[in-house]
Write a protein that binds this ligand. Structure first.
Ligand SMILES: [Ca+2]
Ligand SMILES: [Ca+2]
Ligand SMILES: [Ca+2]
Ligand SMILES: [Ca+2]
Length: 291
């Protein structure tokens, strides 16, 4: 007589068999499998060997059943994998009222089905930034985009893509105590880079959230006081929205501050992040285009 160690499939099969025996359901006032006169519901028809998208992860465990994502990455640690998460950077913010695939919480027009997600990266592989435009040195390390030289003026990096009417969000983590003049920002620019629209959190005197438009030509800016911390282990989410009035939003945990400046309208061009005198890591970059 031979013995065989149970495989994972055996365990699944045993669990399903157990479900068949017990009814695999709960009805108020009824104990599944008991002889109390009521009827157990039939078990759900689940094929434990099915892999709909063929990515090697069975449907029972796949966090995006219909999208190939063998890595199963899930930045915000909710139930939905990055590849199919309507807002991959915002935990459990998965409602998408207009059905365009971009979640309400990260959709610049949540009632108009006009958006397309065009970039998501949480910086796991060096190849993700190959060909990107940069000023200063950047590298992917430990699942972050880092500026190895630490606090320097004006290092910036941008995917080498001309985005159309971009809405962008970036997560930035200040890893050590920031200097008195440090700032981190997220910008869109016009085609050719002649003008910028930036959203930044800046320390210096009173910490502020600042919206800067027509930055390169010394154009308008507006700022609102930032009452959160600006210190080691501060995590900011910056959003730039060139559609409508809410153009620059900075979030930290449950706090959000929005400000806007200028009226230069939709920008078609690069999206870039900068770390001005800040020792910081970029944790993700998310870009939506509006048609
Ligand atoms: Ca699968
Ligand atoms: Ca999948
Ligand atoms: Ca997720
Ligand atoms: Ca949407």
């Amino acid at each position: 007589m031979s013995t065989k160690r149970p495989t994972a499939l055996d365990v699944v099969a045993a669990a399903l068999l157990f479900g068949v025996v017990t009814g695999c359901s709960f009805q108020p006032g009824h104990v599944p499998g008991s002889d109390d006169g009521s009827v157990d519901a039939p078990p759900d028809a689940v094929d434990p060997t099915k892999d709909t998208d063929g990515d090697g992860v069975l449907d029972l465990a796949d966090n995006c059943i219909a999208i190939t994502n063998a890595d199963q990455r899930n930045f915000d640690a909710d139930a939905v994998g990055d590849a199919c998460d309507p807002c991959p950077h915002l935990m459990n913010m998965n409602a998408d009222g207009d059905g365009d695939g971009v979640g309400d919480a990260c959709d610049p027009q949540p009632t108009v089905a006009a958006e397309t997600r065009v970039l998501w990266t949480s910086f796991h592989e060096a190849a993700e930034i190959t060909g990107w435009n940069h000023y200063g040195e950047f590298a992917v390390s430990g699942g972050k985009l880092v500026h190895p030289n630490g606090a320097e003026p004006h290092p910036s990096i941008a995917p080498n893509t001309q985005f159309q009417k971009a809405y962008a969000a970036a997560g930035i983590h200040l890893t050590t105590n920031a200097s008195g003049s440090s700032g981190v920002g997220l910008c869109t620019d016009t085609t050719g880079g002649s003008l910028y629209y930036c959203c930044e959190v800046r320390e210096g005197g009173t910490p502020q959230v600042v919206a800067l438009s027509n930055y390169s030509s010394g154009g308008g800016s507006s700022g609102v006081n930032w009452t959160g911390t600006f210190a080691a282990d501060s995590r900011f989410q910056l959003e730039v929205n060139v559609l409508g009035a809410n153009k620059c939003t900075a979030r930290q945990s449950t706090m959000a501050v929005t400000t806007s400046s200028g009226s230069d309208g939709p920008h078609d061009g690069l999206v870039f992040v900068y770390l001005d005198y800040a020792v910081a890591e970029v944790e993700y970059l998310f870009v939506v285009e509006t048609m």
